[in-house]
Design a protein around this ligand. Structure first.
Ligand code: HEM
Length: 466
């Protein structure tokens, strides 16, 4: 049962609730369906549905009936997709197709493989070394300007955008920064817009306007980069990325760059915020990370490429923070062929949901799942666990292309932070990495869903250090 790109382009049946009647599930209230319950408390919703209906259930979100498959085996089946029956493009299209069309995650099978290979030029070792320099410089100079009392989320979001500008685009955004930032916020907000049509004044209309602004920005940049030299992602992609021996077209580069910037910006912002939240609550781990950072040679000069492999504890904490708060809580696919799972026949055309954030908290895989315990990620503990019990970066063909970049950015940030704090000599005076709510939405963090157990409000004066 192998599907090629051709079988994806054949019309798939629209799967209504009637076609899923043999599967347990709930439609939710008229019009909004289960959307609001999911947006309000995604993990609570998944847990309640799992308890009521079992490991395969349907719900009705964002105007589409969808079947959720629960558990690590389901995650493996869908991620590894041995029979090529799960389309990422058609799964994400209803949520992201408007504003992130033709991004890598919205491609499938042969087409996807070729474009993924083309974009690989931007993630080769030399390119990564050059991004490391940019991250070191940019993080150090930004941290030097951070005041004692800050809104952490707003600051880190600005920083990841500024760093994306230098590493991805090879420029400082300068006066355009605010406009570009707004375009991104609007585009990301459109992913979960309840009203999906771009009616005037709606979140979706603002998202599409943001997309047009970004297209305009990249279309002006691309001609300057063709034939130029540079280590930034855009220049590398303009000059070295090819599909079937042909350079990528301008419109392809625009879509890839918009997607890459979105994929990098929001996820690193929320994962570093999640890590800070845990460190505020666990001063013992703050101290362990501090010691690990200080054990590097001259951390105040920035992280060297060799240092990246010496920060195991930083990785454990990062992974544990993403377990407790997966930056991408659910992953969507659409079945292009019928399949069987958990005792149910699931028809071709069905939207299939799998769920990192809920799997990450299931007692089947995690002892005391709400407790913060980074040692869960020591090599022995990882080896003893199902490999799809933790998958914040997805897996298989669509596994995050930027995951090494994300680890690198996290390490640069925390080592630079330690260097910055050490300059102050007295940790207890450094306050303020504490207000981690998004000033615009007042939610933490402002991605698709906040786990119910997350404390939203934090005092603006909670010290980050013991
Ligand atoms: C903590 C940070 C990050 C997390 C948790 C994360 C998570 C993910 C996940 C879950 C997917 C796949 C979704 C699916 O299978 O449908 C994905 C795909 C992707 N990510 Fe990331 N990401 C992160 C950072 C980044 C960064 C920094 C970049 C770029 C530098 C990036 C670029 C991409 C790209 C291009 C894809 C599409 C891959 C494909 O479809 O082949 N991500 N990411």
């Amino acid at each position: 049962m192998s599907a090629s790109i051709a079988s994806v382009s054949k019309p798939l049946p629209r799967v209504g609730i009637n076609a899923l009647k043999h599967i347990p599930g709930e439609a939710g209230p008229p019009v909004v369906g289960t959307t609001m319950a999911q947006l309000k408390d995604h993990i609570g919703f998944s847990r309640a549905m799992h308890e009521r209906h079992g490991a395969v259930f349907w719900s009705n979100s964002f105007g589409h009936p969808a079947v959720t498959l629960v558990g690590a085996d389901a995650n493996e089946l869908v991620m590894m997709d041995k029979d090529k029956i799960f389309s990422s493009e058609l799964g994400w299209e209803p949520m992201m197709g408007h504003v992130f069309k033709n991004g890598l995650m919205l491609m499938d099978f042969d087409d996807h493989r070729k474009h993924r290979r083309a974009l690989g030029v931007a993630f080769k070792s030399n390119a990564m070394k050059s991004y490391l320099d940019q991250l070191n410089q940019g993080t150090k100079s930004a941290l030097a300007t951070w005041p004692h009392e800050i809104s952490f989320y707003a600051q880190i979001k600005q920083l990841t955008l500024d760093l994306a500008a230098t590493s991805f685009l090879g420029i400082s955004l300068g006066q355009e920064a605010q406009e570009i930032n707004k375009a991104f916020i609007d585009m990301v907000a459109a992913i979960t817009a309840v009203i999906r049509a771009p009616l005037p004044g709606t979140v979706m209309a603002r998202g599409l306007k943001g997309r047009r602004r970004m297209e305009q920005f990249f279309l002006a940049e691309i001609p300057k980069r063709r034939g130029a030299t540079g280590d930034d992602m855009l220049t590398l992609i303009c000059n070295e990325a090819s599909v079937d021996g042909e350079p990528l077209r301008d419109d392809e580069i625009v879509s890839h760059m918009i997607f890459l910037m979105m994929a990098a910006h929001d996820t690193t912002t929320s994962s570093i915020t999640a890590m800070i939240e845990q460190l505020i609550d666990h001063p013992d781990w703050q101290e362990r990370l501090r010691q690990e950072a200080l054990s590097l040679d001259a951390p105040e000069d920035g992280l060297r490429h060799d240092d990246l492999a010496k920060l195991d504890l930083h990785e454990y904490v990062f992974k544990e923070a993403m377990r407790l708060h997966a930056p991408i809580p659910t992953i969507l696919r659409r079945a292009v062929e019928p399949f069987h799972f958990g005792g149910f026949d699931i028809p071709a055309g069905t939207i299939v949901v799998i769920n990192p954030s809920y799997t990450h908290l299931m007692e089947d895989y995690w002892e005391a799942p709400l407790d913060f315990d980074p040692m869960r990620f020591s090599p022995e503990n990882v080896a003893a666990r199902h490999k799809f019990a933790w998958f914040p970066f997805s897996g298989g063909a669509h596994m995050c292309l930027g995951l090494h970049f994300a680890y690198m950015q996290m390490k640069v940030f925390f080592v630079s932070l330690v260097a910055r704090l050490s300059d102050r000599k007295d940790y207890s005076k450094f306050k303020g990495l504490a207000d981690i709510t998004d000033p615009e939405t007042k939610r933490w963090p402002p991605n698709i869903n906040a786990p119910a157990r997350t404390r939203i409000a934090k005092s603006a004066t909670t010290p980050v250090c013991p």
